[in-house]
Design a protein around this ligand. Structure first.
Ligand SMILES: N[C@@H]1[C@@H](O)[C@H](O)[C@@H](COP(=O)(O)O)O[C@@H]1O
Length: 257
């Protein structure tokens, strides 16, 4: 696990952005896994800027998002489809046919999950999967207790996750109770993982992800077993790791462009 310390949220976003841009520039058919939530918003802003200023094209890129709420259509401003269109897809040149999110309005969730897995495999698997970190250690929407063998599946959202995401909805009652999420095994098949973490409130979760025994009770601990994980986190998110291990735990070689 390579850990890169960013000064703040903006630097975390720029570092993640330059890693992805470099990969897209150097790869014939890049396959990128994308996440939602507050954490990657700065990354998407930066990708849009890079595109507008002519430094990168997404024409050859395929994208797969981690998850989608069950029961929200793409016209719903709280769906992840909407989020992605609003934050990234509408502003860059990625072709619509190369964009993939689970369909939260599917009439047959089981089939939808199988199709999603098949599409990822047909694309040759994900080159770089962007991940955020839930306060309870969830990755995608894989809540504590999710099997490490899980593939794309329907999940019941934890109350704590619904509460954490309620800020995006008019009230907590409107936060869906279920979602479709790539499973832990699906995420672990990505060739590289880019975990982004920002803010003091994530410091404990990041510390646990990196140091607690690998356990389904804290899903992000599985990342300790992935051969190519880069964590880009800001100083606040790294505060507990730094307290325990000092600066030696941190890599410095990545420069912001
Ligand atoms: N399904 C998403 C995750 O993919 C995201 O990583 C996580 C953290 O969100 P945030 O970045 O807003 O803290 O919560 C949500 O529930």
């Amino acid at each position: 696990m390579q850990i890169i310390k960013a000064k703040n949220y903006e630097e975390m976003s720029r570092l993640a952005c330059s890693l992805l841009v470099e990969h897209v520039q150097q790869t014939e058919s890049p396959v990128i896994g994308l996440a939602t939530g507050s954490t990657p918003e700065g990354l998407y802003k930066c990708l849009v800027k890079e595109f507008r200023e002519g430094r990168v094209s997404f024409r050859a890129v395929s994208t797969f998002n981690l998850d989608e709420y069950a029961g929200l259509s793409m016209e719903d401003a709280n769906s992840y489809q909407w989020y992605m269109t609003d934050k990234l897809f509408a502003h860059v040149d990625v072709p619509a046919r190369q964009i993939h999110l689970p369909d939260g309005m599917s009439q047959d969730f089981e089939q939808e999950c199988l199709n999603y897995e098949r599409q990822i495999q047909e694309a040759g698997n994900i080159d770089i999967q962007v991940l955020g970190l839930g306060l309870n250690g969830h990755i995608g929407f894989n809540e504590p207790g999710t099997s490490f063998l899980s593939r794309t599946h329907v999940v019941d959202l934890d109350e704590s996750t619904r509460e954490a995401n309620a800020r995006f909805f008019p009230s907590i009652d409107e936060v869906p109770t279920q979602a479709i999420s790539m499973g832990i095994a699906s995420i672990m098949e990505s060739k590289k993982i880019l975990l982004l973490v920002s803010g003091k409130e994530k410091a404990e979760a990041l510390y646990q992800a990196m140091n607690s025994p690998v356990s389904e009770e804290f899903p992000a601990t599985i990342l300790q077993l992935h051969p190519e994980v880069t964590v880009i986190a800001d100083e606040l998110a790294l505060s507990k790791v730094l307290e325990s291990y000092g600066e030696d735990a941190i890599a410095h070689e990545l420069q912001v462009k």
